[in-house]
Write a protein that binds this ligand. Sequence first.
Ligand code: AP5
Ligand code: MG
Length: 214
Amino acid sequence: MRLVLLGPPGCGKGTQAVRLAEYLGIPAVSTGEIFREAAMRGTALGREASGYMNRGELVPDELTIGILRERIQQKDCAEGSLLDGFPRTLPQAEALKMLLSGMGKSLGAAVNIDLDNETIVERLSQRRVCDGCGKTFHLVASPPPVDGRCDACGGRVIQRLDDEPGTILRRLEVYREQTAPLIEHYRGESLLKTVDGHGSVEEIQSRIRAVLAT
Ligand code: AP5
Ligand code: MG
């Protein structure tokens, strides 16, 4: 099964992707995670991507499409993949369609997690992440261990650079201008399934599994 998780920054794509991928037995692929790992390793890709990311802008399509192409052609994606944060522009959506069609595959659904701006800003300001394995915490809903060390890998729990208040607002603006049009795009392709992003992590996961079963 090949799926796309759509939705504004902070709507819970990463949180839901990990759980859904495990349930479906396919890898979760996050372009944001790929860029962050590259930035942490200090590679040329990481240096280029982090400039855009830290300003809350999108990494250029050409670069992002190339990275995604390489990733979904890897062996572990042979039976499917769950794309978190890709596509984010109409050209990326077109590129994905062509890429899958070249592999004799197609997209099964685009799941859109809907959430209001106020909740988004609250969730992103309270988010903390592990700099080792990327595990995500929320200071209130799922707080990190007191010593600031990740309970999964022992890494440091930090705040993402793009979760600074001004950058959050810029990311929301970029989402509205460049990514939100994908909702209509996938509606037009009869692939869109929207779920309400309010409620507990488990409630949202159940909603996603329910819409995928229809
Ligand atoms: P990316 O990493 O994809 O960031 P994003 O889309 O802005 O989304 P986030 O990761 O911030 O939020 P999320 O929806 O995953 O929410 P999360 O589960 O963490 O991209 C980062 C950057 O990379 C982009 O800005 C861009 O520069 C670049 N990039 C990536 N892909 C690209 C592409 N395709 N094209 C171009 N550029 C690209 O949850 C948020 C918080 O809420 C957490 O603290 C979590 O614990 C908490 N939470 C989650 N669910 C709940 C709940 N139900 N109740 C309470 N708290 C909750
Ligand atoms: Mg994420």
